[in-house]
Design a binder for this molecule. Sequence first.
Ligand code: SAH
Ligand code: SF4
Ligand code: F3S
Length: 492
Amino acid sequence: MHQINNLTQINLSKGLAPTEEPARQYHYIKAARAYIQELSAQKGAPLTFHVSTFGCQMNARDSEKLTGILEEIGYQKTDTEEADFVLYNTCTVRENANNKVYGRLGYLNGFQKKNPFMMIGLCGCMMQEPAVVEKIKQSYRFVNLIFGTHNIYKFAELLCTALEATFGSNAKKMGRSMIIDIWQDTDKIVEELPVERKYAFKSGVNIMFGCDNFCSYCIVPYVRGRERSRKPEDILQEVRTLAADGVVEVMLLGQNVNSYGKNLKEPYTFARLLQEVANIDGIERVRFMTSHPKDLSDELIAVMAKSEKICRHLHLPLQSGSTRLLKVMNRKYTKEQYLSLVEKVRAAIPDIAITTDIIVGFPGETEEDFNETMNVVCKVGFDSAFTFLYSKRTGTPAASMEGQIPEETAKARFDRLLRKVQEIASKKAMQYEGTVQKVLVEHINEMDEKLVTGRMGNNSIVHFPGTADMIGKILDVYLKECKGFYYIGEAR
Ligand code: SAH
Ligand code: SF4
Ligand code: F3S
C-alpha cells in the first residue's frame, strides 16, 4: 500500500484567493490542480473520479457542473466507483432515494480501505437535511466532504479544503476530518464556471433554481430554497454558445418553468424566453421541464403552437384527480381546471404528447379520491405517466396529517393505476406506427451495436439500423413497429 507524503502545494492557496466570483473558484481550481498533480506523482498514475447522480434533471445538470470542475482540476473520469474521488449527488424526494445512498456508502468504504488516495464526497438535496448530516457524522465517519445544493459553485474551494484536511500537513497530526459546508438558502447565482458536456449535441440549461410552491407533500422547496431566475441575457448567451459548439437540442430546466422571470428586476415571461431560445440559429429542438398546471399561460400555448422547433411534449404533473385532495396538496387547481387546460393545449397543438406525475396514497386518500385520479387518467389519455407511492417527508405539512394510508392499500391502488397507465400509453404509442418521424440520434444501441437509438420530438424512443456518424443528427425515420414503449424503425 502507498504511504502518502504530506502535500506541500496546498498552502499556496492561502490568503491569495480573490473575493469575487467566479475568479475565486478559478483560483482554487488552479490550486487543486497542483495538489492533484502531486498526488498523481506519488501514486504513479493519474487520479480518477466518479460522480453518481440520483434524482431529477436538476441534479443531472448539477453533476455536469461538478464534473466540469473535476476535469478542469485534472482528475480523470472513470465509469467505476473504485475511483480516487467518488461524489454522490443525492436526492431526497422520496424515502427510498435516501436508503439507496446509505446502502451504497458501505461499499465505498470497502474501496477506500484499499486505496489511501480515495476521497468520498456527498452533495445534493439529501445533504440539506440536518438529520441526514448528523447520521453521516455519527455512522459514516469515512466521508471526506459534504456540501449542499446552494453552494455547489464553491466546489473547487471546498475540494481544496477537503484535500488539505485529508492529505495536508496537519492531516496526520489531527486525524482525518470531515469537511461540511451546508447553507440554508442563497440568492446568489454564479455564472461562467466550467461545465461538462455529456453529449456533444444536446444540453440541459438551468433557467431558474428553487421552488416557492410548497406542495404539502414535497421536500424540494426546503432543500432547494426559494425560487430565483437567471437573467434572460445570461441564459440566451449560454444557449448561443452551445449552438456555436454544435448543440442542436436544449432542455430548459426549472421546478416550475411557468413562473420563470416573475422575481427578476424586469419581469420576463417563460413564453418569451422560450421563443427567444427557439429563435437562436443552430438550435433545432427546445424542450422544457417542468410545468405546473396552475401557471401555464395562453401565451405559452400560443408560442408552442407557432414554433416548429419547440418539441410537441408537455410534462404536466397532475398529482391527483381529486379536487378535494388537490386542495390539501396545495396544488391550486381543480380536476376540472386540469382537464380544460389539457383540452385547450390539444386544441392548439393536436399532436402534442402529454405526460404526467401522479402520487398514490396521499394522507386521507379515499377510494373515491383514487377513482377520481383513475377517471382523469382515462379522460386525458397520458402518453406516459410517472406514478409514485406517497412517501412521508419529515418537515412537510403532509407528514403530520391524519389519515396516513396503510401500505397495502396504497400498493393495491398503485398497481391498479400502473396497469391503466401502461395500457393507455401502449395504445397511444401505436398511433405513430407506419409513419415517418424526425428522430435525433443519441447513441449506439447498448444491446446491439448495429442499431442506433434516438428520440422523436414527443420524446418517444426509436431504435433503427445505423452507424456512429449519425449521432447528433436529426433524421427522417420510418416507424416500422411499435414495441410498447419504443419503436423499431428504418432511416429514410
Ligand atoms: N417540480 C416538479 C416536481 C419535482 S418532484 C413539479 O412540480 O412538477 C417530481 C415528482 O415527485 C413530483 O411531481 C411528485 O409526483 C413526486 N413527489 C414529490 N414528493 C413526493 C412524495 N413525498 N411522495 C411521493 N412522490 C413525491
Ligand atoms: Fe415540489 Fe410542488 Fe415545487 Fe414541484 S411545484 S417542486 S411538487 S413543491
Ligand atoms: Fe430529488 Fe432534489 Fe430533484 S430532491 S427530485 S434531486 S430537486
